[in-house]
Design a protein around this ligand. Structure first.
Ligand code: UDP
Ligand code: MG
Length: 357
């Protein structure tokens, strides 16, 4: 039985990169205000890529249960320069699920992910494509050039998060890397093969390996509206990333436990020594209380960490679909509005991929 996956040129699509095309996946959640403008910018880049490199593009808008007119506006976008797929999820499943839905429906070889709020500039698409086609890179990811505008506390939190997640990891997740990235056909195929339901996208895209390339960029201000990620949401995503990518918190818990056991042992020896040698038996109410509370607190924390992992196991064995598609349409520059035949050979039917939300 073969337990790995062969994605070498020998078994993969042998057409030159530019013949395999590029699917741009854009998750949109309440982005009605800026969608038309964004589509215009993507179309301009697609036209240029077609003319200069003969690279065919499509865009996949994944409507993640928007409550505004996003879906209606997406349905009216012109498909003059590139094909448009609109995948509408049955409710709001979150950005990570929307990205997976987009990846599952991308019909062309390479896949690019970008936000629908204009923060990921379409002008950078050329640079990413250049590194893929001319440089032969498989994963071209963008990373924030600097964090000058962020508070010291946030910078510290980000730094601690990455040191913890990368602690002892064989494949380090690059700091500051965003979801704006391009995957070559074989990198996209690799990502599609990962079976887990809890997905931390940045981590997985780096975990698959191949030739990776970093491109620094300055995120643009949001074109309209506000970010949908709250402090709680970011902490949630960090816990998701940590628990699905590393056992560092468990290891930390073991170390902490070991350290406390050691200190307790030494203290015990000291108490015995005091009692036997000096004949002192100390009442010691404060030290008992403090010791009790500290140890109790640490135990609760460790149980919490273990609980996070058990929760993860539970959601993996439930094996629920990650998303459900309510509507799906494809418009090509030639024809208009028909239901999509999925032309990718390994394409899976809607909502067979899964997970926990
Ligand atoms: N998004 C989504 N589902 C959600 C939340 C966000 O598809 O539940 C999309 C959103 O439309 C945008 C991208 O994910 O295209 C990034 O969201 P946002 O700008 O709110 O996050 P930030 O840029 O602040 O990280
Ligand atoms: Mg944003």
């Amino acid at each position: 039985m073969n337990l790995g996956a062969d994605l070498s040129p020998l078994s993969a699509d042998l057409r030159p990169a530019s013949r395999q095309g590029l699917s741009v996946v854009v998750p949109v959640f309440n982005e009605a205000g800026g969608l038309a403008r964004l589509h215009e910018r993507i179309s301009t880049v697609a036209r240029r890529l077609k003319a200069e490199r003969g690279l065919v593009c499509e865009v996949v808008y994944v409507d993640d249960g928007s409550r505004d007119d996003t879906l209606k506006i997406a349905g009216q976008l012109p498909a003059a320069d590139l094909d448009i797929q609109i995948v509408s999820l049955s409710r709001n499943f979150g950005k990570e699920a929307a990205l997976i839905a987009g990846l599952d429906h991308a019909r062309l070889g390479a896949v690019m992910f970008m936000d629908g709020d204009g923060q990921h500039s379409p002008d950078l698409i050329d640079t990413l494509v250049h590194h893929w086609i001319d440089g032969g890179y498989d994963v071209v990811y963008t990373a924030k050039a600097h964090r000058k505008h962020e508070s010291a506390l946030r910078r510290f939190a980000v730094r601690s998060f990455y040191s913890l997640i990368n602690w002892g990891a064989r494949q380090k997740i690059p700091e500051d890397a965003g979801d704006f990235r391009l995957l070559s056909p074989r990198a996209a195929a690799a990502l599609r093969q990962l079976p887990e339901r809890n997905r931390f996208f940045k981590g997985l895209a780096s975990w698959i390996g191949f030739r990776q390339m970093r491109v620094d960029y300055e995120p643009e201000p949001r074109a309209h509206g506000n970010t949908t990620f709250s402090l709680g949401g970011l902490i949630g995503l960090s816990i998701e990333g940590l628990t699905s990518f590393s056992v560092a918190p468990l290891r930390l818990a073991s170390w902490l436990g070991l350290m406390f056991a050691l200190v307790a042992l030494l203290y015990g020896v000291w108490i015995l020594w005091e009692t036997w040698i000096y004949g002192r038996s100390v009442p010691g109410y404060p030290s008992i209380m403090v010791g009790l509370m500290v140890v109790g607190g640490i135990q609760l924390m460790i149980i919490g960490i273990v609980g996070e992992y058990i929760g993860k196991i539970l959601s993996e064995i439930k094996a629920r679909p990650i998303y459900f598609i309510a509507e799906h349409s494809v418009r090509t520059s030639a024809d208009h509005s028909k239901t999509a035949p999925d032309s990718r050979p390994d394409a899976k039917p809607d909502s067979t991929r899964s997970a926990a939300e």
